[in-house]
Design a protein around this ligand. Structure first.
Ligand SMILES: [Zn+2]
Length: 414
């Protein structure tokens, strides 16, 4: 006979479109997997004798574990001084020319030892875990050479071993052109495609690739060459697209069956048409929009009308989005981008899982999915987006085990 675990709660939000909360909710788990979800009174009788233990959260709401599908959590250095300069009217471009911007973070990350980088990143990941994140994506891209890109992705791998989270590792091969390749774009592309990517694959450090398609970064044609190389390894793609201008990156990504296109403030009509025909998720990053004082918003109403899946992420990075709070990003998605609270909730659960290609295991509470969920001191998931600077996370369950409980201050890190 099986030994099942029963989890009861006041309300249950499953992360399923169109479904409101279930009152007096119950989840039945068998070790790491969910086997039944519904109202407690509807629990099939045959399961009742197999229940080994019950956890009853009589006043709380349970949701799927949150998924942060776009982060640059692994980095060294701090760019608060640049932010202060920008407040005084200095432009992002002039800061970059003085050695600031991404190049500053690249230098700091290159100089940092792997252990130091791990400790810096672990602090940020701890904060994410404490606010209900059970799966996240971590991008490289502050290395620009093999050694540092491998170091960043190794740190991401070590973080997954040290914390109860699932981490998708993305090689952001085309982030910015290294200074030493200033006059040799072709040479850098060759290095990325012929050397760095294959070596990282040998080390099993890459789950997907990403690029920054923009006037100030890489062209659509350059990104296409990189994507073709990724395809040879059966890797999925993601793309920083249309953040500052329309570079037609979205159409390219959709053509390659990319997992997601991210930012997309400047997406065109034909970009939207391409997305509508694809399974590619639109990942919206409202904190970066806010922090950069950006003026152009993504066309959320048009995305909605075209039934394009929308996900929300922190974009955690030292320059344009220095936050670890997915809850803050949820609030900003509603306040700044006019998403509904329901869209926002699905954007950090179901569609965030889709943006990582993990929709069959994570993102919603349904039979056969992994038992990753969060107990919140709320009654409806609307409250997650409604509050600012409040963290109602009470407990986190990863693969069917309680890995964090605020009441007992059980820590995450093993
Ligand atoms: Zn990013």
């Amino acid at each position: 006979m099986k030994k099942l675990m029963l989890w009861r709660c006041k309300t249950l939000a499953c992360g399923i479109p169109g479904q409101d909360v279930i009152n007096d909710g119950a989840i039945l788990t068998d070790v790491e997997k969910i086997i039944w979800v519904g109202t407690y009174s509807a629990l099939p009788i045959q399961f009742k004798d197999q229940i080994k233990d019950t956890h009853h959260f009589a006043k709380q709401c349970i949701t799927p574990g949150l998924i942060d599908c776009h982060t640059h959590v692994v980095y060294a250095g701090n760019r608060a001084h640049e932010w202060a300069a920008r407040l005084q009217g200095e432009s992002y471009e002039s800061i970059a020319k003085q050695g600031g911007g991404i190049q500053f973070t690249v230098k700091q990350t290159q100089q940092c030892s792997e252990d130091e980088l791990f400790e810096l990143s672990a602090k940020r990941l701890q904060a994410m875990c404490e606010s209900g994140v059970t799966t996240l994506e971590i991008k490289s891209g502050y290395g620009l050479n093999f050694e540092t890109e491998a170091k960043m992705l190794t740190v991401a791998k070590r973080l997954e071993q040290a914390f109860p989270v699932t981490i998708q590792k993305t090689y952001l091969g085309l982030h910015t052109l290294p200074l030493e390749f200033k006059n040799d774009r072709v040479g850098y592309l060759k290095l990325v495609i012929e050397q760095i990517l294959p070596k990282l694959m040998d080390l099993k450090l890459v789950d997907a690739v990403d690029a920054f398609c923009e006037d100030i970064a890489f062209t659509k044609n350059e990104v296409e060459l990189f994507f073709q190389a990724a395809q040879q390894f059966n890797l999925k793609m993601k793309l920083h697209a249309e953040q500052l201008s329309d570079s037609e990156g979205v159409q390219l990504a959709a053509r390659f069956g990319a997992l997601s296109v991210d930012h997309i403030e400047f997406i065109s009509r034909s970009g939207i048409a391409a997305l509508a025909k694809s399974e590619t998720v639109a990942v919206l990053l409202p904190v970066a929009y806010y922090h950069l004082h950006a003026q152009q918003k993504p066309p959320v109403a048009v995305l909605r009308d075209n039934k394009i899946m929308m996900a929300i992420a922190t974009d955690c990075n030292p320059g344009s989005s220095p936050t670890t709070s997915l809850l803050l990003a949820m609030n900003m998605a509603c306040m700044l981008f006019d998403l509904t609270p329901e869209e926002t909730f699905l954007g950090v659960t179901k569609y965030a899982a889709q943006a990582l290609g993990l929709e069959h295991q994570y993102g919603s509470l349904e039979p056969n999915k992994v038992a990753d969920f969060v107990v919140w001191d709320i009654v409806h998931p609307i409250e997650l987006a409604a509050t600012l600077g409040v963290n109602p996370c009470q407990a986190v369950i990863k693969k069917g085990s309680i890995v964090y409980d605020k009441r007992s201050f059980r820590s995450f890190r093993s």
